[in-house]
Design a protein. Structure first.
Length: 296
């Protein structure tokens, strides 16, 4: 019986594998992505395959920058940027700098299912061709000259720096010497100059205004310096300091020579120094005749 047997049994089903993964297939008709096995089974970092699968599932136009991917994944910028470089070196990812409408240069990202595929050329938007106006009897008449319309009120004009007080502008410009962060533009200086002029009119000096505007500033300015200065200038001006009279100098007494000891001393009047006057004023002891009799 060398010939094949027609009644031989077919190969029996081996059944489920005893080890390894067992797939439970579900036929998907929507919300699925087809990924080549060469990409899904690529050796290397799992982060790279996960980033590639995520980018493949996104619709066209979705941002895939490092910041956008970090918002989706829990990995940091280092792992995400390394995964993008690996995909770019393998040919799955391509970044091009293209000039868009208006001359703006932007970066476009192309993702290939198979490395080395053709890049689709984005179609350029067509400009509608203007239609020629139809000639009508009314259009044959010469056009009427439109009457000049009144200029629309565009609001108050911007303040001019040339019209501002020169001293007030000089004070505002010197603030950056005290604090380098207090740099003002020409428009900001022109807007703040009237408030500084009011402070000067009340008698507040330039040095006092500088101290009031630069003292106790926060370490980190969360807004523009002009807003902080405008808030401080909106407060009532500081009172002018009361001038304090300098202390009177005591008069200088002339030099004199003591008649008792010839010592030089200062005195408004008098002929003897303090020591000679003290010696002269000491009481001298006197002995009466009755004491003499008693002693004898």
């Amino acid at each position: 019986m060398a010939g094949p047997q027609s009644n031989a049994l077919t190969r029996a089903d081996a059944g489920a594998p005893t080890s390894g993964v067992i797939h439970v297939r579900t036929r998907l008709t929507a919300d699925f992505t087809v990924i080549a096995n060469a990409l899904a089974q690529r050796r290397g970092s799992a982060v790279t395959i996960g980033v590639a699968a995520y980018i493949s599932s996104l619709p066209d136009g979705t941002p895939v920058s490092i910041a956008a991917l970090c918002e989706h994944f829990t990995e940091g910028e280092i792992l995400i940027s390394r995964a993008l470089r690996e995909l770019e070196s393998a040919g799955y990812l391509e970044r091009r700098r293209e000039r868009g409408p208006g001359g703006v240069i932007r970066t476009r990202t192309y993702f290939y299912d198979v490395p080395g595929g053709d890049t689709p050329t984005p179609p350029r938007p067509r400009r509608p061709r203007p239609e020629a106006p139809r000639e009508t009897p009314a259009s044959r008449t010469p056009p009427r000259t439109p009457e000049p319309e009144a200029a629309a009120d565009t609001g108050p004009a911007a303040p001019s720096l040339a019209e501002a007080d020169e001293q007030a502008v000089a004070i505002l410009a010197s603030l950056r010497i005290v604090d380098p962060r207090l740099v003002l533009s020409r428009r900001e200086a022109a807007e703040l100059a009237p408030a500084v002029s009011q402070w000067l009119a009340t008698g507040v000096g330039p040095a006092q205004i500088t101290r009031a505007l630069t003292a106790r500033l926060p370490d980190r300015l969360l807004t523009r310096p002009a807003r902080i200065l405008a808030f401080r200038l909106s407060e009532p001006p500081l009172p002018a300091p009361t001038p304090v009279a300098p202390p009177s100098t005591p008069p200088v007494l002339p030099w004199r020579t003591c008649d008792g000891c010839d010592r030089a001393f200062r005195s408004a009047a008098g002929e003897r120094c303090r020591d000679c006057r003290a010696t002269r004023e000491e009481p001298t002891a006197t002995v009466s005749e009755e004491d003499l009799r008693t002693a004898c």
